[in-house]
Design a protein. Structure first.
Length: 366
């Protein structure tokens, strides 16, 4: 028995994948993900998401069992692609038509797409996040910057609160004095409009990217540790990371460092109420304390993405990643799963078995 999957994405020509359209996929990447979904043995209908009316008409006229959603917003409303609202708005439409979807629910997307909300939520769960201040461009900016200068120590790191894919982040995001802080804030407002801006303590240690996949009992994939020379993982540098992976550290279940990061990742996953898959960024301070600096509820799942790299390290292919996300979404929504997909997941679960969290005796007793 086949399910009918609506595949929602944002794609533009490669020449336009800059600025506010920087998070959009290429048409080649979309085709690759589409083909991977077809390997699950289900019917898949692709839709390049332009606006809410288009989405509503599509799901009103046709029956779908599930939406596989990598769209970050609406192409006709560009600000939804980067201001932190798009992922929630799409899911609100889907929920209003009772169409289940992949990835996390509306509340989690609100946490993940707004970094100040992420930090607030994680602090409530006693998870370390950097000290931070939110600059509101509609207020007295100079007064806010003076307050930051008074209460925080340089160097600081400056980034938009909304969106993902490191839009607005570059080498100038590390600021060492008031003048640099003022300039970076001004440039972000010029580039992205009157968005909220996060100013946080800069952490000088190693950065890690961590993939978590599953639901009630999730798996933490092999962890990628970046060289200490990686001070800023900008929008531009992330696009080139797939060419530099020989310099990365891979922490698998045989590495003693894996388990502290695994526990932090699962605690973060549960804190934000994530489902199916997330990717989080963790950075050490000078004393090797671990801080969560970003949680991405709709991480990149292209062939060159970090999550695909983690699966490749395990000997799995790109379609295993895509089919795993589909499987977990179908499972959580109690939608029947066809034989072809179950066979693919047998391969995945065999390889992932060591990456499920091992509970301590005290945890098992609870």
């Amino acid at each position: 028995m086949k399910n009918k999957i609506l595949f929602l994405f944002n794609a533009v020509e490669d020449s336009k994948r800059v600025g506010v359209y920087g998070e959009c996929a290429s048409f080649n990447a979309v085709e690759t993900i589409h083909n991977a979904l077809l390997k699950s043995g289900n019917d898949v209908v692709p839709l390049n998401l332009m606006n809410p009316k288009q989405l509503t008409e599509e799901i009103t006229k046709n029956h779908y069992d599930l939406a596989f959603v990598i769209a970050e917003g609406y192409l006709d409303i560009p600000e939804t692609l980067y201001d932190g609202t798009g992922s929630q708005l799409i899911r609100q439409v889907l929920k209003s038509h009772n169409l289940p979807f992949t990835h996390s629910d509306v509340q989690c997307m609100e946490y993940c797409r707004n970094k100040d909300y992420t930090y607030e939520r994680l602090k409530e769960s006693n998870i370390l996040v950097p000290s931070y201040y939110v600059v509101d461009p509609d207020g007295d900016i100079l007064a806010q910057l003076r307050e930051i200068e008074k209460n925080m120590e340089f160097p600081l790191f400056v980034k938009p609160t909304g969106g993902g894919n490191s839009i607005g982040i570059d080498e100038s995001s590390i600021v060492h004095n008031f003048e640099q802080l003022d300039l970076k804030i001004t440039n972000l407002i010029t580039q992205l409009g009157n968005i909220l801006i996060l100013v946080e303590t800069y952490l000088s240690g190693r950065e890690y990217t961590i993939g978590v996949m599953g639901n009630n009992d999730p798996y933490v994939l092999p962890i990628v540790g970046f060289p200490l020379t990686y001070k800023v993982r900008s929008f531009t540098s992330k696009k080139a990371e797939h060419t530099q992976r020989d310099s990365f550290q891979i922490l698998d279940f045989n590495d003693s460092r894996f388990y502290a990061l695994q526990e932090l990742a699962i605690n973060t996953y549960k804190s934000v109420g994530a489902e199916d898959i997330i990717r989080l960024e963790v950075r050490e301070d000078a004393n090797k304390n671990l801080y969560v600096i970003d949680v991405n509820g709709t991480p990149a799942i292209t062939q060159g993405a970090s999550l695909a790299f983690m699966m490749n390290y395990l000997g799995l292919e790109h379609h295993h990643l895509i089919c795993s996300i589909l499987y977990f979404a179908l499972q959580k929504n109690n939608i029947p799963i066809n034989i072809e997909l179950l066979k693919i997941m047998e391969e995945v679960f065999h390889v992932l078995a060591p990456y499920k969290q091992k509970l301590s005796d005290s945890q098992q007793a609870v």
